[in-house]
Design a protein around this ligand. Structure first.
Ligand SMILES: [Zn+2]
Length: 319
């Protein structure tokens, strides 16, 4: 058996297939079969180690279970036959929490998380991309980010899980929240979704930024909650900056929105060679006169130019 640090290094090298490769490397037999009411377990016996996974669970959930069972093995903590991932996340049992910390780390090495979250606040879109890259659920990605809150520049973070709209559990290292406050926060965030909700904490000059992350099933809601210093928390994400500019440019003109979208699509590959300044200048040289009337006026206005710069900055490097 590898020690824990060796296993972490191994899965980082094999990312995103770390857990699968680790199981193969350790000679573990992974069997999948339909299981009722549970996600899987691990059994060590004379013939070797066997991990059972529920074949009817979502692939990302199966991968989390695989990493969880590997966590049991590496930590030498016996697995409970018939356990479910959600039960273990809900559990206050220190050992199960430890196992889940390690599972999230095997799936999402710190270096990968840092690479995908270069700035705060962390926005839902970044979490989604990180989850896709790592082939994990957005919930698993959020849990990992919560565990790395300090490392990615957050004061604190938490994941709050609701069944329907009823609070079920909170995952956090140190952030505490009363169920009633968590529920209020969910209500606030549903109003602003898909953009995040911001709540200012007057006393400490900190800002709570909360966003809804998607679940494969519709019977639950998950909230990603981050606590930031005011200055960072108030910084708007690109999606938030785009919203009012898009209202101005396209409010009554969806055709214009679609045509402009096509133009941005054609500029995207060019950003491999162009800096933002070059792309911005080229954009107005080639397309500044393409439309007429109100469309041209709006595109060439201060807000229009801000919008074009913002869109191009998603792909073209500043320098
Ligand atoms: Zn367990």
């Amino acid at each position: 058996m590898m020690n824990i640090n060796q296993a972490k290094r191994f899965t980082e090298e094999k990312f995103p297939a770390g857990p699968e490769e680790l199981a193969a490397e350790l000679g573990i037999e992974v069997r999948e079969a339909p299981l009722t009411g549970c996600d899987g377990w691990v059994l060590s016996g004379p013939p070797g180690v066997i991990i059972r996974l529920n074949s009817t669970a979502f692939p990302t959930r199966r991968r989390f279970t695989l990493a969880h069972e590997l966590g049991h093995l590496l930590l030498g903590i016996p697995s409970v036959v018939g356990e479910s991932v959600y039960d273990s996340l809900k559990s206050n049992n220190t050992e199960e929490r430890q196992v889940n910390d390690l599972a999230a780390e095997l799936l999402l090495p710190e270096s990968i998380v840092r690479l995908h979250l270069p700035s705060v606040p962390v926005v839902a879109k970044q979490l989604r991309k990180l989850a896709q890259k790592a082939n994990v659920s957005e919930l698993a990605a959020a849990i990992r980010v919560v565990n790395l809150a300090k490392e990615v520049g957050l004061v604190n973070a938490a994941v709050a899980f609701f069944k329907g709209d009823v609070f079920e559990w909170l995952w956090s290292r140190t952030l505490t929240m009363r169920p009633a406050d968590a529920t209020d926060l969910l209500v606030e965030t549903k109003k602003t979704d898909p953009l995040p909700a911001r709540i200012h904490k007057g006393k400490t000059n900190e800002v709570i930024v909360a966003s809804i992350i998607s679940n494969p099933t519709n019977q639950s809601s998950t909230l990603f909650v981050q606590l930031l210093p005011e200055e960072d928390g108030n910084r708007l994400s690109n999606a938030e900056r785009r919203r009012p500019l898009e209202d101005f440019l396209f409010k009554d003109d969806n055709q214009f929105r679609m045509e402009l979208q096509g133009v941005f699509g054609s500029f995207r590959p060019k950003c491999a060679d162009w800096t933002l300044e070059v792309a911005f200048a080229e954009f107005y040289k080639q397309k500044g006169e393409r439309w007429s009337g109100t469309r041209r006026t709006r595109l060439n206005s201060v807000k229009g130019r801000e919008y074009v710069r913002l869109r191009l900055s998603e792909w073209c490097p500043a320098k």
